[in-house]
Design a protein around this ligand. Structure first.
Ligand code: HEC
Length: 224
């Protein structure tokens, strides 16, 4: 490199420092635009630390009981609900995998098995993708999107109020709903496709094991 070039570059750097540094320090435009005379919109800062308004957690004897959930397979949960007379809002009881007596409700625990995707297996469609409220168009003319639709049943081709009972008249063993959901060694026991349609054979016969319901008071303390 020629000496002249080096000198020029050095001079340039010096000039930048000499002019830039005071500008940066003394300019009032550093953090706002007051020097331009243009009013900036008022921005309310979003607090990153939220005031701790929750009460101090109690430990020991004063502590509130932790909400304990019961565990049961999807098919057995629906079966317990049907066997209890398929109540709409009243709780029904079931025995969970740990042998505890538990209570669940249709709204909190059962309905989601029909209206939510990815419950029966990863990538599963919700039952209501095919069996939805417009029963004239829905697959099997059946609406699984509501309590009333489930009780009205299937094959309501012209929107009839009552179709074929899918709940076996309250006898879970006889219910077509059970036969479509409960596999035997990964296969349908009635030679029809298992639900949800497209269900792989490695899904457990009784469907996934779920957290559902809560132990009854007497059983709540005997957590294994
Ligand atoms: C992708 C569409 C689709 C999804 C999702 C689906 N089904 Fe089905 N369902 C069908 C089809 C198609 C049939 C008819 C199957 C046959 O050929 O036997 C059927 C039949 C049924 C029947 C038998 C009705 C009768 O009168 O015989 C029941 C009960 C049922 N499905 C329940 C369910 C449940 C419960 C779910 C969710 C866990 C579900 N389906 C998810 C398409 C679907």
């Amino acid at each position: 490199m020629k000496l002249r070039t080096i000198l020029l570059i050095s001079f340039g750097i010096l000039l930048m420092l000499a002019v830039g540094f005071p500008l940066a320090v003394f300019s009032r435009c550093q953090t706002n635009n007051t020097c331009t005379g243009i009013a900036e919109p008022l921005i309310t800062p979003i607090p990153t630390i939220i005031a701790a308004t929750l009460p101090v957690p109690q430990v020991g004897a004063g502590a509130a009981p932790v909400a304990v959930k019961c565990q049961i397979t999807a098919v057995e949960l629906i079966g317990a609900w049907v066997s209890a007379g398929s109540p709409e809002t009243d709780p029904f009881n079931f025995t969970d995998l740990q042998g505890r007596t538990c209570a669940a409700t249709f709204g909190d625990d059962v309905q989601r098995l029909f209206v939510e995707a990815n419950i029966w297996y990863n990538g599963a469609s919700a039952c209501t993708t095919c069996h939805y409220a417009d029963v004239i168009k829905a697959t099997q003319n059946m609406d699984l999107s509501s309590y009333a639709g489930m009780l009205a049943g299937s094959q309501r081709k012209n929107g009839e109020a009552k179709g074929n009972d899918i709940l076996g008249g309250g006898v879970w063993d006889n219910a077509i709903l059970r036969q479509m959901l409960q596999a035997q060694g990964g296969q349908s026991s009635i030679n029809r496709p298992l639900m949800p349609l497209g269900r792989p054979s490695d899904v457990p016969d009784n469907g996934p094991t779920l957290y559902a319901g809560t132990p009854l008071a007497a059983d709540a303390t005997s957590v294994p």
